[in-house]
Design a binder for this molecule. Structure first.
Ligand code: NAP
Length: 280
């Protein structure tokens, strides 16, 4: 029951009305009997600072951040965690002793899903990352930390791909990071052990297939961060060739559970959160 002592959490983004995060977090509060609620907020960019101030003051107990604000909020936070500065974006905020903290749980979500659940071993492997936005930053950081041998980065906006590569190269990872031209996408995909879609392409029914269906093989892993629909054209094509595939649901559940645990200092009810996402 919502009353005066209810702790209010949010996800801020624009657009955000489609987000499944409120379902997942509200189910978690309910299952643990915590007096909290989680709401979507769709601020304009000039309203971001106001919301950040409300989180700093504790009026809002914590927030997730999604497209397009993961980088924009960085200028309002007082403390960036090591993880958020390594990734270069913020998806989780909360107040600690009056200071607004910016953290990032996306990388952890991807890491658990790819390495622990799918069993991918990065050593001596190569990956193609399609898209160089906020999510790609978390994905590439985790693959480089796992010492993947080669990482190709492709984005329709070449400047964005180059910016991401410059950011990665600041950390002296062992990984060789390459800019991949869109003309090379099929050749690079064919030679990659792992292909990760970090673009929104695949969400709409008339979206194109990002790579030729011929490139996939049964010893490849294909990870689509998109989770609606649960089987994108990319995943369907990869499944047809026997590749190991997954969509973004597990990453979403893991990152949400990690944020929940940071805010409430409890073991998050991961299975309940994941079930809520799958059923929603
Ligand atoms: P973003 O910051 O907008 O980045 C997407 C990037 O992909 C942009 O640079 C975009 O370029 C580029 N792009 C678009 N179409 C392309 C194409 N055909 N080929 C190559 N590059 C292309 O978005 P994001 O925050 O990284 O999110 C990307 C996707 O991941 C979204 O669908 C999001 O919902 C999903 N996601 C899932 C999770 C999860 O937990 N499962 C977490 C985070 C994000 P332009 O900007 O020029 O279009």
């Amino acid at each position: 029951m919502i009353h005066g002592n209810t702790r209010v959490y949010s996800v801020i983004g624009n657009p955000v009305k489609h987000s499944k995060s409120p379902d997942m977090h509200n189910a978690a509060f309910q299952s643990l009997g915590i007096n909290g609620c989680y709401i979507p907020l769709e601020p304009k960019s000039d309203e971001l600072e106001i919301i950040c101030n409300l989180i700093r003051s504790g009026t809002i107990s914590g927030s997730n951040v999604t497209i397009p604000y993961k980088e924009d909020v960085m200028k309002y936070v007082d403390t960036l965690t090591e993880e958020a500065s390594m990734i270069g974006s913020v998806n989780t905020m909360y107040s600690l002793n009056g200071s607004l903290v910016g953290d990032n749980t996306d990388g952890l979500g991807f890491k658990r899903s790819l390495f622990s659940d799918l069993g991918f071993d990065a050593i001596n492997q190569s990956a193609l990352i399609i898209g160089a936005g906020g999510a790609s930053k978390a994905v590439t950081a985790k693959l480089c930390q796992a010492e993947i041998k080669t990482l190709g980065v492709l984005d329709i906006d070449v400047d964005k791909a180059n910016e991401l590569i410059d950011h990665i190269n600041k950390f002296n990872y062992k990984t060789k990071v390459l800019l991949v031209d869109s003309k090379e996408i099929n050749d690079f995909s064919r030679e990659s052990n792992l292909i990760v879609n970090c673009t929104p392409i695949g969400m709409k029914q008339d979206d194109p297939l990002l790579v030729s269906p011929e490139v996939f093989s049964s010893n490849q892993y294909v990870y689509d961060l998109v989770y609606i629909p649960s089987e994108t054209k990319l995943l369907k094509a990869a499944i047809a060739k026997g590749a190991n595939v997954t969509n973004g649901i597990d990453m979403l559940a893991y990152q949400g559970a990690e944020s929940f645990s940071i805010w409430e200092s409890v073991e998050p009810p991961y299975e309940i959160m994941k079930k809520e996402l799958r059923n929603g």
